[in-house]
Write a protein that binds this ligand. Structure first.
Ligand SMILES: Nc1nc2c(c(=O)[nH]1)N[C@H]1C(S)=C(S)[C@@H](COP(=O)(O)O)O[C@H]1N2
Ligand SMILES: [Mo]
Length: 405
């Protein structure tokens, strides 16, 4: 059949993109229908919430107006994930232009330093600049593989992106404020996106504490892949905590403080705790450091027919807080493994690396898996069962089944 602009191409990807009726297909295609929970987030013409109508619909799976995932095959063949394809995870609604006001006048205060001070974005830009690549990944990425059906977006691989951030190193700011107050243990970052909601800050403020040492790597970013940080990604300013899960990368940043205690807000104290199924509480570890992880991006059941012969198995691998050292690939469901080759630029230990494994496959079905190591840890076979489905890096669930013809 000749493909024209108006002829729907019913491969799996367009199916999920839902050009006709997403809800109508939900029953057959196992997708969660779009729910628009917030009145400010009207569904736009493309089936994306209005506040991200500029994004690439075909690259995204809409779980809700607060959770939008990147297709496995759309995280970017070019190492860095294009902004239009980057996932969105909101606990609070994205702030609007009207709520943000003049971006250069956005203020952030620095506390728990010897000379506490408030800076405008314009002042920060005059004080220091650097660019770095990090993997931004939601703690719940991979939740969709858990069998006990944890509450929350059923992410598979796509609540993750590799992004180039430009901003000021936190260390530069700390030095300008006379150094960190002694006796502090945590770097605590607070967003102000709860303010327009009028909700109780203890319940709604995104305030996250991480070990103080993270400040040496952290930056306050105003630019994402070469453009001013979009509102939906926390514009005009967000915290970047390299190697740490998404939630610690606080958007719409209003305050950074060095503290002796962890924040007492709900999003620190009770949410994002990795607890056994059926248990919860602040005694369990917080979603902080990301573990080593990798997954295959092509071929997958989304990328179409695989022809017998030479095949390129392509994916991404991240080391967490350490540099990723090696990746192995299996085409027989983990019975045997062979070393894959890293390709493309190395953007530092907090970025991910692309890998390729070239092989020859004859007609048949295959389970393809990847297994990364950072020299200290390697991916386990199985997920670590936990109540909310956090921190999944097991290789088995992340494998793909393909048919070669
Ligand atoms: N202020 C604020 N920061 C936030 C959030 C939020 O809702 N508000 N969501 C967090 C979560 S859970 C994740 S995974 C990342 C998502 O970042 P992104 O939407 O830019 O992909 O931002 C984190 N920072
Ligand atoms: Mo997240």
């Amino acid at each position: 059949m000749k493909k024209t602009k108006n002829t729907p191409n019913l491969n799996r990807r367009n199916f999920l993109a839902g050009t006709a009726s997403v809800a109508g297909l939900a029953a057959t295609a196992s997708i969660v229908p779009i729910t628009i929970a917030n009145a400010n987030h009207k569904e736009g013409s493309k089936g994306l919430p209005d506040f991200i109508s500029w994004k690439n619909r075909d690259a995204l799976i809409v779980h809700s107006d607060k959770g939008i995932e990147t297709h496995r095959s759309a995280i970017g063949e070019g190492l860095v994930t294009p902004n239009a394809n980057v996932y969105i995870r909101n606990n609070m609604p994205t702030m609007s232009d009207a709520q943000i006001g003049d971006r250069n006048n956005w203020k952030v205060s620095i506390e728990g330093v010897n000379n506490p001070k408030s800076f405008t974005l314009a002042e920060l830009k005059a004080m220091g600049t650097t660019t770095m690549a990090t993997v931004l990944q939601c703690s719940g990425n991979g939740r969709g593989f858990f069998e006990h059906k944890p509450r929350g977006s059923q992410w598979k691989t796509g609540a993750a992106a590799c992004v180039m951030w430009t901003g000021i190193p936190v260390k530069t700011l700390v030095d300008a404020c006379g150094g960190i107050t002694s006796g502090t243990t945590f770097m605590t970052s607070a967003g102000i996106d709860h303010e327009p909601t009028g909700l109780d800050p203890m319940k709604a403020m995104i305030e996250r504490s991480v070990p103080k040492e993270v400040y040496k790597d952290a930056i306050l970013a105003w630019d994402m892949n070469g453009v001013p940080l979009p509102n939906s990604h926390g514009g005009p300013l967000r915290m970047i905590t390299p190697g740490y899960f998404g939630i610690n990368n606080v958007k719409h940043l209003g305050k950074v403080s060095f503290t002796s205690e962890e924040s007492q807000v709900k999003y620190m104290k009770s949410s994002y705790r990795i607890s056994p199924i059926g248990k919860k509480g602040s005694q369990y570890p917080s979603c902080w450091e990301m573990p080593v992880k990798s997954w295959i991006t092509r071929p997958t059941d989304e990328t179409g027919t695989v022809k017998a012969g030479k095949v390129q198995i392509v994916g991404v691998a991240m080391g967490g807080t350490r540099k990723v050292r090696s990746v192995k690939v299996s085409v027989d469901g983990g019975k045997s493994w062979k070393k894959a080759k890293f390709v493309g630029p190395d953007l530092g230990k907090f970025a991910w690396r692309q890998f390729v494994f070239e092989t020859t496959l004859s007609a048949g079905t295959y389970n393809i898996a990847s297994l990364a190591s950072n020299g200290r840890d390697k991916q386990p076979e199985l997920r670590m069962e936990n109540r909310r489905g956090y921190a999944h890096n097991g290789w088995k669930d992340h494998s793909v089944n393909i048919t070669v013809v």
